[in-house]
Design a protein around this ligand. Sequence first.
Ligand code: FAD
Length: 300
Amino acid sequence: MLKEIFIGLSTNQMLTAAAKKYGLKLGAQNVVAGTNVEETIESIRELNALGISCTVDNLGEFVFEREEALKAKDSILEVIEAIHANGVDAHISLKPTQIGLDIDYDFCYENLKEIVAAASKYDMHINLDMEDYGHVQPSYDLLETLLKEYSNVGTVIQSYFYRAQEDIEKHKDLRLRIVKGAYKEPAEYAYQTREEIDANFIELIEYHLLNGKFTSIATHDHHIINHVIDFVEEHGISRDKFEFQMLYGFRKDMQVDLAKKGYNFCTYVPFGDDWYGYFMRRLAERPQNLNLVVKQVFNK
Ligand code: FAD
């Protein structure tokens, strides 16, 4: 019930605009690295010092105005330059709807191509985050066209989709992030129970660890992480073939511990003023994250 409420709130246009205007509130500063590039580079430096690399997301999604999409593209280009200039260990994650997928496919492709070309000069990876079901196929289409010219791109496989096995087989030669899936999807396309999603998640992770190029296992679920640790040991899979990923601000002790144990670890670092939808989805996933809000209200 709470999950549905927060997912519903995450796409509310009026609240999104208000959140942009009033800055990081409601405890969002615990899970968003900053509102500008300088603060974000500082957060990346701190994580790098702990042996953790970063994937940086300039927050924003479901953009319907060209001007806003171009502004988002320019911000991402600025982050690429800042990562390079500061010599920090980081790459980029982006959402196709942020740079125009809901406006015009070709317009989005041109924006994306400019970003991938800029990053490829520095041998920097670009990850295409995956959004809700309606955007999945167009996002794979963007990826496939890009791959004709560039090799510094990868994407995400969402385990709750029935189509995930087919998608992973098609893209096994890429660096892939495998996740459970964050949006509310109908039974027509997606598994609905935790058991089914977890079982498919494990199957996809194992498939890509055995057959794929490089696997990013993105989860806060210690059951899955422990399973992966046993699986790679059992199958002699070397540590340079995979990494664990978690979101900024979540299970910090476990992030540091895994890095200390010598596993590649990458933290997803979101930043910017368009934090509202991202924050609401985190509350939907784990209502205990409401603690962040409560703490913020009482620590004024
Ligand atoms: P959950 O199913 O939320 O939790 C399972 C169990 O893990 C819980 O019952 C609890 O025991 C434990 N647990 C979880 N969180 C905590 C915590 N904070 N503290 C203590 N215990 C905890 N989704 C997309 O659809 N597209 C994307 O592109 C995408 N990219 C992502 C990138 C990263 C780096 C990560 C981490 C997630 C991404 N997601 C994405 C979100 C993902 O799909 C899930 O919605 C999200 O990660 C929640 O599922 P989970 O696997 O973390 O575990």
